[in-house]
Ligand binder design. Sequence first.
Ligand code: CAA
Length: 288
Amino acid sequence: MKVEEIKKICVIGAGNMGHQISLCAALAGYKVSCTDISEEMLRKAEDFARTYLPERVAKGKMKQEQAAMALENLSFSSNLEEAAGDADFVIEAAVEKIDIKRKLFADLDRITPSHAILATNSSFIVSSKVADVTKRPEKICNMHFFNPALVMKLVEVVQGSHTSQETAQVTMDLAAKLGKTGVWLKKEIYGFLVNRILAALNHEAMFLADMGIAGPEEIDLAVTNALGHPMGPFRLMDFTGIDLAYYIGMERYQDTHDPGDKPSPILVEKYAKGEYGVKTKKGFYTYD
Ligand code: CAA
């Protein structure tokens, strides 16, 4: 398959990542069906698009016709068969739980046309962990966006040993069509490039906080002012979701049994209180 043959993209999951990936693809001129098991998430994703696009037009960042085209390209459905049945490319951005993803990929393999590439946007789960439930492992890869997907330019494309050269190339080409800079990882590795680097930073930041050396605010101030990052690690975890950081830590710990991979006490405390960050209006910081 060539990238030019992709006409319709299905995005699975209307959450933090999925709603913005859908909009990116719709803005790039693709027909996009965004699907989620939650009607409420779908409604929120649609509301976001209907607010974001006119705001961009009002700000002078986008032409009215482009906004109208994007809205026309977008559809939302809680019916997986309807959303994915005629998709040429699927980007799975569902919750970071391996059992759910394996079930989804088995369903997608049954539902989608045989030429369709099935990519996962998972932050940590390599595609070989889902490819084996399909009859098309050569068409399975990771296509990993960053939050907020409408703004962040990078996409990591990870080629597992089961992924064909053609699939990885088409996925890189699709990233470029979406206005992103793709980086092609030729082998699978846990956390890919960016999250490995970020995890090292977060690990150290949480260790310093757990030790009582400095609080989240001081550590964030240090990172933004000395290293020039736009957000410090605690603010960033609030933004990407403390629940996500917790699930990822637990998933990793269950894999490695290395106590060093266990979510740190400060993270567990926030998770246990249901303080997930921006989405619950409280995390390491409080939000109005
Ligand atoms: N959704 C869409 N657009 C957004 C946005 C959002 N949530 N937040 C900000 N923007 C846009 C604004 O509209 C604005 O666009 P224009 O300049 O074109 O008008 C632009 O971003 C800048 O916004 P602000 O001036 O309001 O705020 P800012 O300068 O502080 O930027 C930020 C906000 C882009 C989020 C910036 O703080 C940033 O880059 N933070 C770090 C983000 C980051 O590290 N992401 C990677 C996370 S790791 C990850 O994603 C891993 C994973 O596996 C999920």
